[in-house]
Ligand binder design. Sequence first.
Ligand SMILES: [Zn+2]
Length: 123
Amino acid sequence: MDKLTTSEHDDLAKMLGARKQVMHDEIRTGLSGLRGETIEDILANTTDAGDIASANQMTEVSNAEVARDTAELRDIVAAEARLTDGTYGVCVDCDEPIPYARLAAYPTAKRCIRCQEIREEKG
Ligand SMILES: [Zn+2]
């Protein structure tokens, strides 16, 4: 299996960036509904860490949707960190490159399909 080409890498970086923006927006919308704050109040805090921290607080109030979005945002931030440090697109279990088709469908994937299936079987 070949490593990602530069253009594949760039495409995935763009996908992650776009997805991150959606998650930021959804978390802010979800949190503003919970706290009765205006979007402007929440937009004042625009860092990833800030969103995750405030979302973590609010998930204790059990908003399942915010919890899900927060988990995805956390995955996206981790995937972007892997893009930066050059470990993106490599399976964390077997060290084989993850096929572009899988990453295009699931840009935050940390494992190849085979290792993911093994992991899910184990539970
Ligand atoms: Zn693997």
